[in-house]
Every structure is written in C-alpha cells, then in structure tokens.
Design a protein around this ligand. Structure first.
Ligand SMILES: CCCCCCCCCCCCCCCC(=O)SCCNC(=O)CCNC(=O)[C@H](O)C(C)(C)COP(=O)(O)OP(=O)(O)OC[C@H]1O[C@@H](n2cnc3c(N)ncnc32)[C@H](O)[C@@H]1OP(=O)(O)O
Length: 179
C-alpha cells in the first residue's frame, strides 16, 4: 500500500559529479545541456522517492546560467520535493559548484521542476500529500502554489482569472493610496 503523506526528507537526493573533458564546451566549461541532464535525473529521482511511481518531467521553470563551471570543478546537486498536488509534484533543485584547490564553493543554479507520476499505462496517478515540518519547508510549500499557477497559465492550462493565489501578490488595493 502507498503512503498517504510524506515529508521533505523522504525525497532528498544528493549527487556529486566532477566536470570531466567529455562534459565541457570548447571553452573548457561545463555544457549547459549536460548540467540540465544531471538536474533532470536528480529531480526525477526525488519525485520518484516521494511518489513511489514512475514520473515524467512536465515542466522546468527558468534556469539561468550565472557563471560558468570549469573543467575539474566538483558539482553537487541537491533536490527535494517542495509540494505535491494531485498527480504532480514540484521539485526544488540547487546546484553548488566547488573549485577544491582554490577552496571556493558557490551556489551556481537553482530551479523548480514539475513531475507527474504515471501508472503503467502512462496515465497520471495520484501522489501522497507532502507535509512541511519547518519554517524553510513551509515557505517553499506556500510559494509552490503561486509558482504552479504561473506555470499553468504560461502552459495555457489555467485561466489567469482563476489564479487567485497569484493575483493576491499583485493586490495592491489600498496600499500607497492617499486619504
Ligand atoms: C516501461 C516503463 C519503464 C520504466 C522505467 C522507469 C524509469 C524511470 C526513471 C526516471 C528517471 C528519468 C526521468 C526523466 C523524466 C523524463 O525525461 S520524461 C520525458 C519528458 N517528459 C515527457 O515526455 C512528458 C510528456 N507529457 C505527458 O506525458 C503529459 O503531458 C503529462 C505530463 C503526463 C500530463 O498529462 P495530461 O494528460 O495533460 O494530464 P492532466 O490530468 O491534464 O494533468 C496531470 C498533471 O500534470 C500537470 N501538468 C500538466 N502539464 C503541466 C505543465 N506544463 N506544467 C506543470 N504541470 C503540468 C497538471 O497540472 C496535473 O497536475 P495535478 O493537478 O494532477 O497535480
């Protein structure tokens, strides 16, 4: 029998890789596509741990490449489910790059992935609820509803008028108005 609810720690995944010559572009930096592949797999394992199901990637929110990761650097990917909906889950992933000889470590990428659990016929399947346990988990959990509404609007799966959670962010009525 499947669990009815799970906690964030149940879905945690950490993967550490070294950037090798086959992973780089002609500038000897990690290829963006290679990093996205690692992120997709690590995030998918996290969603699988939460759902105990096969999962498919439904969407990836904006990934920006702030700074290059050089050949020989060590890359650590850390993923966790932030919230589960009906059949979909939001996964937060953070990438830390490390230049060990220089003793330098920095957060290089952050992204939100959405996965959908599917049954053996490829049909979306219900996932356990996620219960946040601390302030940080609660913050990601609350924000997940707004992010979901935004990505469903962008995917033309939601009418902006129905995005109540998102609209409340822009509800400035009364703020800054002169009496
Ligand atoms: C033979 C077996 C081999 C087994 C081996 C297993 C190994 C496993 C290892 C896995 C490790 C690697 C994993 C890599 C994962 C891939 O790379 S998978 C490949 C890339 N992805 C795909 O091909 C997915 C293609 N898309 C689809 O199949 C369908 O669009 C989906 C995502 C299943 C949704 O189907 P649908 O019929 O539209 O279903 P619908 O009921 O309308 O929506 C279902 C949910 O999807 C959400 N959704 C749909 N579109 C979006 C969107 N754009 N944004 C956000 N949410 C969305 C909906 O909001 C809804 O969420 P809930 O409200 O239920 O929570």
């Amino acid at each position: 029998m499947k669990d009815t609810h799970k906690h964030v720690k149940d879905s945690e995944v950490i993967k550490t890789e070294m950037v090798l010559p086959n992973d780089t572009n002609t500038l000897n930096n990690l290829m963006g596509g290679k990093l996205m592949h690692w992120m997709d797999v690590v995030a998918a394992i996290s969603a699988q741990r939460h759902s105990n199901s096969i999962v498919v990637t439904a969407s990836v929110d904006n990934i920006s490449f702030k700074s290059p990761i050089a050949l020989g650097n060590v890359v650590t990917l850390h993923a966790q489910v932030t919230r589960a909906f009906n059949t979909s889950m939001e996964v937060y992933i953070e990438v830390i790059a490390e230049d060990i000889p220089a003793n330098r470590k920095y957060s290089s990428h952050k992204a939100f992935f959405t996965f959908v659990a599917v049954d053996c016929d490829g049909k979306p399947a219900k996932v356990p609820e996620l219960i946040p346990l601390n302030e940080q988990e609660e913050e990601l959990y609350k924000g997940a509803l707004r992010r979901r509404q935004l990505r469903l609007i962008l995917a033309k799966r939601m009418n902006p008028q129905d995005a109540t959670e998102l609209k409340s962010l822009f509800d400035l009525e009364g703020i800054g108005q002169k009496e």
